[in-house]
Design a protein around this ligand. Structure first.
Ligand code: SF4
Ligand code: SF4
Length: 317
């Protein structure tokens, strides 16, 4: 039995519990582009199982088509993710091309990549284009961060955060620097507001670092984390926790309702969790090269029991 089977059997099916079909909004805001699975890290919780051994990368042709769809379908936010998106051959191209017309460009960064010689100038490039940085920092102390991400990652991340502050990130109004917290193990995150307050004090007092917001993310029980839950006999307990914490108030704002996620090969998904599971959008047109606006507006979202991680507590996606 695969970990996905365990996931589906652990608690009642998500769509039955919801009692309705989950649907996208008529006008979507965000085009999320997953440019690569390459990453300089190989974190334990990575739902896409990215690592230095992966080599999938978006072609220029696919990147151009993403931008064409972005403009013609009236998307507002370009969300560039990976892997470590900076390692993709189309990373700077997408930002340079989209910055004159995108309302917002955001990237997901593991920070540590900027310590490598060939990527040291990327922060200045991001500043020039006013790109929002969403940076993962699983904890405000070295031991817990390094346990999830690898030895020395915390120290490397701190050095980069200090450099980003020096550039004006987290300080100037147009240069947003947001952090992401993940719990370690089969636990749900504590309150985002409480965590943000602690991160703010600890990072400022010990390292002089400031940031805009902290997002507290519930780990999705898929990918490396899902395999670990299954192997260690924790899948059922974790799913029960998510199920018990189901909060219907989160449903209207689930990210899949206002976004479309594109894989490096142009295939389309409701979110990057579905992308990780290989569950494409419903319908005949499942590629950035043939999709129409009608295909994605008000479409039925493909759900499964991993969706409970987005509806637990205050919501997370
Ligand atoms: S979680 Fe992020 S930084 Fe870690 S391996 Fe995955 S893509 Fe890389
Ligand atoms: S995992 Fe979350 S964002 Fe993705 S389809 Fe399910 S509810 Fe929506």
């Amino acid at each position: 039995m695969s970990y996905f089977d365990s996931l589906q059997k652990a608690v009642p099916l998500f769509h039955e519990h919801l009692g309705q079909k989950l649907r996208a909004k008529n006008q979507l805001d965000t085009l999320q582009v997953n440019v690569t699975k390459k990453c300089n890290l190989a974190c334990k919780h990575c739902h896409l199982a990215c690592s230095p051994k992966r080599d999938e990368d978006m072609t220029l042709e696919t990147a151009k088509q993403c931008l064409k769809v972005f403009r013609t379908f009236d998307f507002k936010i370009l969300d560039i993710t990976g892997g470590a998106p900076e390692l993709s051959q189309v990373f700077t191209y997408l930002i340079e091309e989209a910055s004159p017309y995108a309302q917002k460009i955001m990237i997901r960064s593991n920070l540590t990549v900027y310590n490598k010689e060939e990527y040291k100038k990327i922060p200045e490039f991001l500043k020039k284009h006013g790109v929002t940085i969403i940076a993962s920092l699983p904890f405000y102390e070295a031991a817990r961060t390094d346990r999830v991400r690898g030895i020395g990652v915390f120290e490397d991340s701190i050095r980069v955060l200090q450099h980003l502050n020096d550039l004006g990130y987290g300080v100037d109004p147009g240069l947003e620097l947001n952090l992401v917290y993940n719990p370690s193990g089969a636990l749900l995150p504590t309150s985002q507001d409480d965590l943000e307050a602690i991160y703010r004090v600890k990072l400022k007092e010990e390292y002089g670092i400031v940031f805009n917001k902290l997002f507290s993310i519930t780990n999705c029980p898929i990918g490396r984390f899902g395999e670990w839950l299954d192997r260690s006999g924790n899948m059922e307990r974790y799913l029960e926790r998510l199920y018990d914490a189901f909060n219907e108030v989160t449903v209207p704002e689930l990210m899949c309702r206002s976004m479309l996620s594109v894989n490096h090969d142009g295939s389309l998904y409701d979110c990057d969790f579905n992308l990780a599971l290989g569950i494409k959008i419903k319908g005949l047109h499942q590629s950035i090269f043939d999709v129409t606006k009608e295909d994605i507006a008000n479409r039925q979202i493909m759900t499964a029991n991993h969706c409970y991680s987005c509806t637990a507590g205050a919501g997370s996606s």
